[in-house]
Structure formats: C-alpha cells, structure tokens
Design a protein around this ligand. Structure first.
Ligand SMILES: Cc1cc2nc3c(=O)[nH]c(=O)nc-3n(C[C@H](O)[C@H](O)[C@H](O)COP(=O)(O)OP(=O)(O)OC[C@H]3O[C@@H](n4cnc5c(N)ncnc54)[C@H](O)[C@@H]3O)c2cc1C
Length: 309
C-alpha cells in the first residue's frame, strides 16, 4: 500500500501526467466524488445544500505553485469576489488558500500584500481566512508568514501537519501569536528524516497535538480545529475534550467534501461544530492525486469509471 501511495504522490508532481490525466473522461467522472464542479457556482450550490443540513463550509479554489507572479492578482481578485458573494448572500462560508497560489514561491512580499487584502475584506464579515500547509519546503516559511500576518490581522488561521517531526516545535512557536489552527495528518510525499511514516505514530502525534490545542483554546479562546476523517481519532479527541471540560459546542471538526458524510451529520447531532472543505477549479490534478493516495480504494473507484457509461 505504501508503494501505491508513494507512486500516486510522485504522479501528483509529474508535469507530463499533469497535462495528460485531466483530459481523460473516466478520471473526470470519478473526480465528481470529491468535487461538486470546477466553477465557483458549483461550490456555492453545494455549500447551500450543506448549510441546509446545519453544516457550514470552507471553499478552496484549486491551484498551487504559480509560474508567473502576474497571475497572483487574478487569484486574489477571485478570492475577494468570493468574500463579496458571501457577504451579499449572507452565507456561512470561510475560505482556505495555498500561499503558493498567491505566488509565495516567487515573492513573499507580494504574497503578503495580496493575502492581507483578502484578510482585510474578510475581517468586515468576521470571517477567518485559513492558510493551507503545503510540502515541507514551505513549512518554516509559512509559519513565519503566519506570525507576521497574525500580528496585523486577527482573522486568520493556519494548518499544521501531525506527520512532521517538527510539529510540536511548530505549534509551540505559533502559540506566541495565539493562533487559530487546523490540525491535519499531512498529504505530501515527505522524506524519512522530516516526517513520520508509521500511521500509528502519526495518529499518536495528532492526539498529543490535539490535547495541547484544546488546553490552549480553553485558556485563550482561539479557534482550534481538527481536520480528519479518522473516526477513531475523532472519538479519542472527543474523550480528551471531555476530560479537559472543553465545551462540546466549541469542539470543531473539518472534513473534505464527499468523505464520511454520515459521520459529519452524526457530529452535528452530537452538538459538535463541523465544516466541510469544498474544493473547486480547473487545476485539480495534483490535489486529486493526493486524495487518491490517501485511500487505495479510491484508485479502484477511478478504474471502475473506465467501464461505466
Ligand atoms: C479540512 C481538511 C483540510 C486539509 N488541509 C490540508 C492541508 O492544508 N495540508 C495537508 O497536507 N493536508 C491537508 N488535508 C489532508 C490531510 O492531511 C490528510 O491527508 C487527509 O485528511 C486524510 O487523513 P485522515 O485524517 O482523514 O486520516 P486517514 O487515516 O488517512 O483516513 C481515515 C479514514 O478516512 C477515510 N478517508 C481518508 N481520506 C480519504 C479519501 N481521500 N477518500 C476516501 N476516504 C478517505 C478512510 O475511510 C480512512 O480509513 C486536509 C484535510 C482536511 C479534512
């Protein structure tokens, strides 16, 4: 299984496949499981359906590693337009952004300027703008970026990955700025000297970090979110929250569109907060490969679409 995961993650970074695979009809068909569509309107329609079930959403416009900094302004304007739409239609939707989609790989200064504009617009709605965490070559830079933006804007949150050896140190560092954190396991192909490879240890680390996050949130009221579909882990976090007298209606889980829908509804019934992250856009290839790598059965699902009408 590790070989399959490794191969899919390698595919996610392969430029040749990136040009070919998205054109394949059976892949496009299978993609629907994880993405309501390529357009913002598709993501908004899906959001409204979730909101009607008491589940608000987070939107991400897919794209990463800009080649040309001039594209960063278009991406920024797109996110600004989403915020305007959220305001006009009074929707409970947040946004989550990959910094390299704003040109972080090309200019940190320009990225800061654009991200700040997005936060400023969202601030008026009291709306948090989340920063996704990308591959490890960006971890330290992203944390430094977050500390800088958090000193200026309160309404921003950052993602941390429990598979990294550095995650406890990263969390301690972030605690200096009373961060809003979304904890996930991590989705990239990282080397052995940077990331834990054993699922048991990644999960154990997740739970240790969760405990620290809950204690911090109890003290300072900052938003601490757990982004996982691992129901064993969800149960363990709920137990931990109980032991720490953490308010049940503050305990927040985020999941991805199309995964563990019944569990999402059950968490809402239990009185927990749930948000669904919905991705959309035309640049879905690397993101989709990472989703396939998370669960080998997904590959079988794609293959079945070769034979279905
Ligand atoms: C809201 C949210 C935001 C995220 N943001 C980031 C980010 O910024 N950076 C980053 O590196 N990663 C991010 N991720 C991805 C994350 O790192 C994991 O790769 C992903 O969530 C799978 O891990 P898991 O915690 O669900 O546990 P796993 O142990 O991988 O999965 C637990 C169970 O969930 C189900 N499941 C998990 N993934 C899938 C899937 N793709 N398809 C079908 N079933 C599945 C399976 O039943 C599996 O047994 C995010 C995830 C979420 C939920």
């Amino acid at each position: 299984m590790d070989i399959l995961r490794h191969t899919l993650l390698w595919c996610s970074e392969n430029k040749n496949l990136q040009n070919k695979v998205p054109k394949m009809k059976f892949v496009q068909k299978a993609l629907k499981k994880f993405m309501p569509g390529e357009e913002l309107a598709d993501a908004i329609t899906a959001s409204k359906e979730f909101v009607s079930m008491g589940i608000p959403t987070v939107l991400t416009h897919l794209g990463e590693e800009l080649k040309d900094l001039s594209e960063a302004d278009d991406v920024t304007n797109h996110y600004l337009s989403i915020i305007d739409k959220i305001a006009d239609e009074k929707l409970d939707i947040e946004i989550s952004i990959k910094l390299t989609q704003l040109g972080f790989n090309l200019s940190e200064e320009k990225t800061f300027e654009n991200f700040d504009k997005i936060c400023e617009r969202a601030e008026k709605l009291n709306n948090i703008v989340w920063i996704d965490m990308e591959g490890s070559r960006y971890t330290r830079k992203t944390i430094n970026f977050y500390k800088k933006i958090k000193a200026k804007r309160k309404n921003t949150g950052i993602c941390l990955q429990s598979y990294l050896f550095s995650s406890h140190q990263d969390l301690n560092d972030l605690l200096e700025v009373t961060p809003n954190v979304r904890l996930v396991k991590g989705a990239y192909n990282e080397p052995h000297d940077i990331a834990l490879k054993d699922k048991f240890r990644v999960d154990e680390n997740f739970l240790d970090l969760s405990r620290k996050m809950l204690i911090e949130s109890n003290k300072n009221g900052n938003r601490m979110v757990f982004g996982t579909h691992d129901l064993k882990l969800v149960k363990a976090i709920k137990k931990e929250a109980d032991l720490l007298n953490y308010p049940i209606n503050n305990l927040e889980f985020h999941m991805l569109y199309g995964i563990k829908i019944n569990a999402q509804k059950q968490l809402v019934k239990d009185g927990n907060k749930v948000r669904i992250l919905i991705s959309y856009g035309k640049s879905w290839y690397p993101w989709y490969m990472r989703r396939l790598a998370e669960r080998p059965a997904n590959v079988m699902f794609v293959m079945k679409n070769i034979f279905s009408k």
